[in-house]
Write a protein that binds this ligand. Structure first.
Ligand code: MG
Length: 179
């Protein structure tokens, strides 16, 4: 029983941990045969409540597309919010992370193997957990702002305790980035 509990904690452990989407070693992802990048939106690409897309993000997505990555914004936000943003990439609204269903749907739709997909996001409880549950690569980044949705505020508290547990095992220490 103890072993199984410990096994579940591993589902919160991100394979990669970086400061932001701009510090990720995309060349290395390429070398590891990752072909599709699922980006969380709020607090990963843009601050929560922000509806404008910075030039740096457009540039990054362009660069990644030129590197032959399929870039998809994979967000829990509703369609009406995502439709308002001028994103230059495909997007999937109401993704209901960490549930597996939409992860599986999108992997099938774009015809990738799990090993060819990586989720990049700021939350252990949605992005990392969901990615690990479905067996794709996972990359955690620091949230852009402290401000969160109501439910996220609640989940941040749980996240803090998971962080504490993982850092006790020296697995994930705040600010100690790895790739
Ligand atoms: Mg987020």
């Amino acid at each position: 029983m103890k072993f199984r509990k410990c096994d579940f904690m591993n589902k919160f452990y991100p394979e990669i941990y970086q400061e932001s989407i701009y510090t990720i070693n995309y060349e290395k992802l390429k070398k590891n045969n990752i072909k599709c990048l699922l980006f969380d939106l709020d607090n990963t690409c843009i601050p929560y409540k922000n509806n404008s897309i910075p030039g740096s993000l457009i540039e990054l997505f362009d660069k990644l597309t030129k590197m032959n990555f399929k870039v998809i914004v994979f967000s829990n936000s509703p369609k009406k919010r995502l439709d308002k943003l001028s994103l230059n990439v495909d997007y999937n609204p109401s993704s209901r992370k960490p549930l597996r269903h939409n992860f599986k749907k999108i992997i099938k739709k774009y015809n990738y193997k799990e090993s060819e997909v990586c989720i990049i996001g700021d939350q252990l409880l949605t992005d990392v957990l969901g990615g690990n549950l479905v067996g794709i690569h996972t990359c955690l980044i620091e949230p852009l702002t402290e401000e969160d949705m109501f439910f996220t505020k609640f989940s941040r508290k749980i996240e803090a305790s998971i962080f504490k547990k993982l850092s006790k095992e020296k697995k994930l220490i705040k600010g100690k980035y790895y790739d």
